[in-house]
Design a protein around this ligand. Structure first.
Ligand SMILES: [Fe+2]
Ligand SMILES: [Fe+2]
Length: 354
């Protein structure tokens, strides 16, 4: 198998002379058990390599036409087979687990797609590695690009293109394809180039009722924070502006008091009466209010909902690759690109520890 730039992800391929592209399969090493995706027949050398790496615990088949050598590989390593709930009954034999959208298995999360050749096609988000794996949803052909299969093979090409935006929302650097040549690095713009080239569908627009909200609820002693968040920006191809809808539960807050060093934020109240907490006092907001947060300590902000009804806000900011946030109440500092949260005390001298 060939190692890839993605830590713990390996691949093996077979050239298809009649189609002039590679078929690819993937092996992912993971502490919960190793995973193989759409496995092609294995050479003895590759099988031995997998053996050395601890074998295969699970095989995920991304669509019913990519069963390939899954049964033989499962038998060799005693692996179990997973496929989407829709495709599972259509496979050549039994499936040990039917995957639904968002289900996780051995370090990957299933992304349900729609309108493609196989109704139950799933893609896999390799969690924490900015990488998605697709079976037939996208072909890496010509090499360096991505495309959908020919329209006549798709259930609904427009719906298929819209649904593939779910991959972009995972912010992939790499898109690993079952057919064609994988994209390593810069995959998000390659994906949007593919989607935006399509006619008959406008992929840069969405309505909140077409997107999936995510629940944010802190546990333990932090139950005063609870909200639903709808990230819209990356789902419709945003690159320079971030925007989301946020609904804050009655009696709960959205995030601790903080200020941004790089990203200027604008909140617009669309529903209810949230309370804005600042270092300059607390302010009751109302529907239609625009609130600006400058990129300095004076822009520190926190939203709490002291009312009995849900409140909703649109939150917009520029997107910067490097962001630093300060939390004045708790004297914390967040270095966003590396996700490091530290205390801002004790204050250190410039040469401390050198
Ligand atoms: Fe295929
Ligand atoms: Fe903020």
């Amino acid at each position: 198998m060939q190692a890839t730039i993605v830590d713990g992800v390996f691949m093996w391929s077979a050239w298809q002379p009649e189609r002039n592209l590679f078929f690819n399969s993937f092996f992912l090493a993971h502490q919960d058990g190793n995973l193989a995706v759409d496995p092609l027949p294995l050479s003895e050398a590759d099988a031995a390599d997998i053996e050395r790496r601890g074998g295969v615990a699970w095989i995920v088949v991304t669509n019913r036409d990519h069963e390939r050598a899954a049964r033989a590989v499962a038998e060799r390593f005693g692996a179990k087979i997973a496929a989407s709930a829709v495709d599972a009954p259509l496979m050549s034999g039994p499936v040990d687990r039917a995957l639904a959208d968002g289900d996780t298995i051995c370090g990957v999360a299933a992304i349900a797609l729609d309108g493609l050749k196989t109704a139950g096609e799933i893609a896999l988000n390799v969690i924490g590695k900015h990488t998605v794996i697709v079976g037939d949803a996208l072909w890496g052909d010509p090499a360096g690009s991505l495309r959908l299969m020919p329209d006549e093979k798709l259930g609904d090409p427009a719906r298929g293109a819209l649904s593939l935006r779910r991959l972009a929302a995972a912010l992939p650097e790499n898109v690993l394809v079952g057919d064609g040549t994988c994209i390593f690095g810069g995959a998000r713009s390659v994906l949007w180039a593919c989607l935006e080239a399509r006619t008959g569908v406008y992929v840069n627009k969405a309505n909140p009722d077409e997107l999936k909200w995510s629940r944010r609820e802190a546990e333990g002693q932090h139950t005063s924070y609870a909200s639903d968040v709808l990230d819209i920006d990356f789902a419709i191809g945003a690159e320079k502006l971030g925007y989301r809808l946020v609904r804050v539960d009655p009696g709960k807050g959205f995030c601790p008091l903080h200020w941004h060093a790089a990203e200027e934020e604008l909140f617009i109240v669309t529903e209810g009466e949230p309370t804005l907490v600042t270092r300059r006092g607390n302010w009751k907001l109302r529907k239609g209010d625009f609130v600006n947060f400058p990129t300095r300590l004076s822009g520190a902000h926190k939203i709490v909902n002291e009312s009995n009804a849900c409140c909703e806000l649109i939150m917009i900011s520029n997107l910067e690759p490097v962001e630093v946030c300060g939390y004045p109440d708790s004297r914390k500092v967040l270095l966003d690109p590396i996700g490091l949260m530290v205390r801002d005390h004790p204050d250190l001298e410039y040469l401390d520890g050198e």
